[in-house]
Design a protein around this ligand. Structure first.
Ligand SMILES: *Cc1c(COP(=O)(O)O)cnc(C)c1O
Length: 379
């Protein structure tokens, strides 16, 4: 399908191709200096001690949870209004995802108020998701975690470069997890990053991403180490140099592209403000969003499939972020859902439509989308 306005379009150009060619000429394809530089620059962006590049956002979550001590039999609280990988990573650890509702029909993030009732004697950790790039109200969540001795893991897949109350997304909790999948704010094709201020967590992640082996390829190459031991059951979750080279190029443009997304979102808000019953979340959100996506909630009683079909007829691609995870077949089969108490999550799940948003999108395209949505709603 040739869309007039696609949902998303990644910014990739000569800078990225040149970076890739350089890596190929160097013949060093894994765990080299590009990965190291990417990690250093990413840590500097967040103002945290460690950033560790991994193969995806999902593996970042898996390792972040393991390093934070999540084990079989634990419960881990997370939102249901998220990508399925958030909850799957908890299940990889043998733990049980326990879903918390979003705070309200305006703030589509979990909050202290929605997390607290889900805490039991088995709870080990809380995974928050900064939905759409809007950072959760982290102060009260971190306090709650401290009161109960719980780890906090941030799924910051939507939120590279976002901040709130003086802290970056991914620098609030014990661990931050980022994704560089192709439709995220910055991409490495496939890839992810684990961020932390805790040296013990950084050490665990380094071990676990590379087979639980005690010395790294680069150290051996430089002659620092001739042998290695395997001290934990690890994985091969490393990032390649080609991906890291893409990441470095993309990172250099992140703040300018996030700002551009923000201007487009402001235009959407302005153009859609008078549409009766249409809800645009995060109306007065404190903080600097990464503006990952442009979700709206359709007025009550409107047929979403019909609206999305009308947008499609106008050449506009739309999507749904998200069908609540607790309603998926496999989660039902595993006894993890559906959860009736997720009232706001399920209402949003039924009514949300994600509109196109990407940095190279023109202001005129925003107007085209808004006009098409307006038409679809009056039909
Ligand atoms: C994209 C995404 C992930 C998974 O990242 P991958 O790199 O695709 O593995 C996890 N959580 C959220 C909220 C995401 O949007």
């Amino acid at each position: 399908m040739n869309w007039k306005v696609p949902l998303f379009d990644p910014d990739l150009g000569p800078e990225e191709s040149d970076a890739l060619v350089e890596v190929i000429r160097s013949k060093w394809l894994t765990m080299g200096d590009r990965t190291q530089r990417f990690e250093e620059e990413f840590a500097a962006l967040l103002g945290c001690r460690h950033a560790l590049a991994v193969s995806s956002g999902t593996t970042a979550l898996h390792l972040g949870l393991l390093a934070a001590g999540v084990r079989p039999g634990n419960e881990v609280i997370c939102p249901s209004l998220t990508f399925v990988a958030t909850a799957n990573a908890i299940r990889y650890c043998g733990a049980r995802p326990v879903f918390a509702d979003i705070d309200s029909l305006d703030q589509w993030n979990v909050s202290r108020a929605t997390i607290e009732p889900r805490i039991t004697a088995k709870t080990k950790a809380i995974v928050v998701v900064h939905y759409g790039g809007y950072v959760c109200d982290m102060g009260p969540i971190v306090d709650l975690a401290k009161e109960h001795g719980l780890a906090v893991i941030e799924d910051a897949a939507h939120a590279p470069g976002a901040s709130r109350d003086g802290n970056c997304a991914g620098a609030w909790g014990d661990v931050g997890c980022f994704s560089f999948f192709s439709n995220k704010n910055m991409t490495t094709g496939e890839g992810g990053m684990v961020t932390t201020d805790r040296d013990d967590i950084a050490d665990s992640v380094k071990l676990l991403r590379s087979h639980g082996m005690t010395s790294l390829t680069l150290d051996r190459h430089k002659g620092h180490a001739f042998s290695y031991d395997v001290v934990r059951l690890g994985y091969n979750y490393r990032m390649g140099e080609l991906n890291a080279a893409l990441g470095l190029a993309q990172l250099g443009h992140l703040s300018e592209r996030n700002a551009r997304r923000g201007r487009l979102v402001a235009r959407y808000r302005d153009r859609l403000a008078d549409l009766n019953g249409l809800r645009i979340p995060f109306h007065d959100h404190g903080g600097e969003s990464a503006y990952h996506i442009m979700p709206v909630m359709l007025p009550d009683g409107v047929d979403r499939a019909q609206v999305m079909e009308a947008l499609k007829q106008a050449g506009i691609q739309s999507s749904i972020h998200y069908r609540p995870v607790d309603t998926f077949t496999d989660f039902r089969d595993a006894g993890l859902g559906p959860c009736e108490y997720l009232r706001h999550t399920h209402r949003v799940g039924d009514g949300v439509v994600t509109l196109p948003l990407f940095p190279s999108m023109g202001e005129d395209s925003v107007d085209v989308v808004c006009a098409a949505l307006r038409n679809a709603l009056v039909l």
